[in-house]
Design a protein around this ligand. Structure first.
Ligand code: PRP
Ligand code: URA
Length: 210
């Protein structure tokens, strides 16, 4: 079963409160999502392997230092709301390649409909981090990750701001190998498939639509 990590850092929790508030407008919502993504990037990359290298500093010729080793990172935002988390992650992982999965949730059936996929050619060699602010029924994330695995992805993590227990459970059943990183695990879904208390429609709030 995949692990679920709630990143209970005071700065993340503080900013998430303002993201949730209904009076927070598009500009602030966008900036806060960006900032939280940067803070989450710091936590989600905590276990990336490092190796020792020899370097020269202005003071000595033989210092030991550490650099990232092993697999390189790939970011995969689920369009459209996942795009709001990309810049915040890239602040911390500037060399990451970025793939895109376009999915929308049919408002009647709540089932995801895929409309676009473009991945780096070497996804099987990358540690992929799938980005989506919301894990509600889980349908979108499950489908996006199926799509990545079909294209050869082997190492995948999922990073969301807010999740419902229903979505987490289905994700764990569908993809037990994918660890899930959240800023918050909320109470439940409502009858329209919205997360409660949640933050509303993440895409609409990020882009000022509706
Ligand atoms: C939202 C959200 C997730 C999905 C979560 O996207 O960004 O992708 O819903 O719901 P699920 O877990 O029940 O699948 P939406 O379909 O509204 O599209 P958008 O990002 O284009 O606004
Ligand atoms: N998608 C959203 O944007 N918000 C929810 O609460 C559920 C799905």
């Amino acid at each position: 079963m995949s692990n679920v990590y709630v990143l209970d850092h005071p700065l993340i929790q503080h900013k998430l409160t303002y993201i949730r508030k209904k009076e927070t407008g598009t500009k602030d919502f966008r900036e806060l999502v960006d900032e939280v993504a940067t803070l989450m990037a710091f936590e989600i990359t905590r276990d990336l392997p490092v190796e020792e290298v020899d370097i020269q500093t202005p003071v000595v010729d033989d210092a030991k230092a550490k650099v990232l080793s092993g697999k390189k990172v790939g970011l995969v935002p689920i369009l459209r709301a996942g795009l709001g988390m990309v810049d915040g992650m890239v602040n911390m992982i500037p060399a990451a390649k970025i793939g895109h999965v376009g999915l929308y949730r049919d408002p009647e059936t709540l089932k995801p409909v895929e409309y676009y996929v473009k991945m780096p050619s070497d996804i099987s060699e990358r540690e992929l981090i799938v980005l989506d602010p919301m894990l509600a029924t889980g349908g979108s994330a499950i489908e996006a990750i199926h799509s990545l695995k079909k294209r050869g992805a082997k190492q995948i993590r999922l990073m969301c701001l807010v999740a419902a227990p229903e979505g987490v459970k289905l994700m764990q059943e569908a993809h037990p190998d994918v660890d899930i990183y959240l800023a918050a695990l909320d109470e439940k879904l409502d009858e329209k498939g919205y997360i409660v208390p949640g933050l509303g429609d993440a895409g609409d709030r990020l882009y000022g639509t509706k």
